[in-house]
Design a protein around this ligand. Structure first.
Ligand code: APR
Length: 227
């Protein structure tokens, strides 16, 4: 099984932008204000507005050739897809199962009781939780300082992986940034597919836009797509 970790670079060509590249989200917004529990506590309306804008942007986006190639690899039973991205473009491209370790834009979580459900197009600050009635709803997105999802399953999948591949991620945010060291410690071969080298010690790298680099890599594993 190939363990595939993806980041914002996978969805960049679908128009969703990245965080740390020039013009990225963290050059436009203060992440302390919109991506931390403290920021939500101080100004929940600002946080909901930030994620409403991202949800609208994601709703208008289409999967690119890299999403389609990865979905094909996953449907063939060859890859475990783990993403830091909160968009669902891999699912839109036909992937059956994607582990969103940083949560999903299209889900809501009650900050009081923890219940989760599908998000409306626009979240309003006075919406109440259907389970506990609290007006403390937030996007089901993992903020800085919070525990990512799927970590136990990820640890098991890394231990079983025959190859670790990181696609479109700067490798700057833990625990995802530590997966390559974990793979190297296990003696698992590592491959980076990115616009440019992230600087992490991968055994191999293929560089260029994801939509140009990922499909040939998948085809080298599965053969050319029939359709
Ligand atoms: N094709 C491939 N890679 C690309 C492309 C592209 N078209 N465009 C940009 N990249 C690469 C950049 O070279 C960089 O390595 O995507 C990466 C984007 O890095 P970041 O903006 O840091 O995004 P990411 O690594 O996903 O951030 C990780 O940080 O803010 C948190 O929760 C957020 O999940 C995010 C996490």
């Amino acid at each position: 099984m190939i363990f595939v970790l993806t980041g914002a670079g996978l969805s960049a060509e679908s128009g969703l932008g990245t965080f740390r590249d020039e013009g990225g989200l963290w050059t436009q917004y203060d992440l302390e204000e919109v991506a931390t529990p403290q920021g939500y506590g101080r100004d929940p309306v600002k946080v909901l507005d930030f994620y409403n804008a991202r949800r609208a942007n994601a709703a208008g986006a289409a999967p690119n050739a890299a999403h389609h190639a990865l979905a094909r690899l996953e449907r063939a039973g060859r890859a475990r897809l783990v993403t830091q991205n909160v968009d669902t473009l891999l699912e839109a491209a036909g992937a059956n199962e994607v582990w969103h370790m940083h949560g999903r834009l299209d889900r809501v979580k009650c900050n009081k009781c923890g219940d989760t459900w599908d998000a409306p197009e626009t979240m309003c600050p006075f919406d109440a939780c259907g389970s506990c009635g609290a007006q403390k709803l937030r996007p089901d997105v993992v903020w800085f300082g919070e525990m990512p999802y799927h970590l136990d399953e990820i640890e098991r999948a890394l231990a079983e992986a025959a190859l670790f591949v990181a696609i479109g991620t700067s490798g700057t945010v833990y625990p995802a940034a530590g997966f390559i060291e974990h793979a190297r410690m296990l003696g698992t071969p590592t491959l980076e597919l990115n616009l440019e080298p992230s600087g992490a010690p991968f055994d191999e790298g293929r560089y260029g836009p994801a939509s140009e680099v990922v499909p040939p890599w998948v085809e080298s594993l599965l053969g050319a797509a029939s359709s």
